[in-house]
Design a protein around this ligand. Sequence first.
Ligand code: SF4
Length: 233
Amino acid sequence: MHAPLRVTDNRSSIRVGAFDSLMESVRSCRHCAGLIPEPRPILRAHPEARLLIVGQAPGQAVHRSGIPWNDPSGETLRRWMSIDRAHFYDPTRVAILPAGFCYPGRSAHGDLPPRPECARLWKSPLLASLPALRFTLLLGRYAHLLYLPETRSRSLAETVREGSRWLPDYLPLPHPSPRNRLWLRRHSWFEADILPLLRNRLEALWREPAGPPARSGITPPNPLFMPTGVPET
Ligand code: SF4
């Protein structure tokens, strides 16, 4: 649950009410009822958040707990970020909006892709309500394609290796799932070259003053585009 907002004047009260109302609408969303095992949107956000984390969609464990990244993938992600749980789960620092907010169910090959309806219905209004975002971490192919559609013609490794070209606004990374351990072993440059970029960017981010940046680094996702099929990782 997000922490209470600081209310300083009438305009802030109006913004707080609108934000809370939007979050309540998202958490109540049942648009995919009948298409997924059980609609249960799992997300965190606060208008003061500076960092946005975009992953794939909740797995079964997160669906049950209701806590995003409360699983082995989250442990790996926090190690990559050099951040503890308290800071990771502080919504005034970190917003967590996966490509799909609900557990999508399983196929014979693993979890199904994130539902495309989330991006079409919710991403633009949510991003518009997060004016302090300065940096977006994109985890896995679905997140890359949703926010950086120009990466579609590149392999995951090419996109990740070229990650510095999207800094300081975005950094595309592989998904930290245990299923990707082999990929990580085969691409040793990731830990050696890319994780320092991530940690340096986060150190700079936490030093920046609170409030909206002079220039927003966030481009609303293409509402008409959502990847389908199973990505590389
Ligand atoms: S997957 Fe997204 S659009 Fe579908 S029910 Fe969940 S929140 Fe709503």
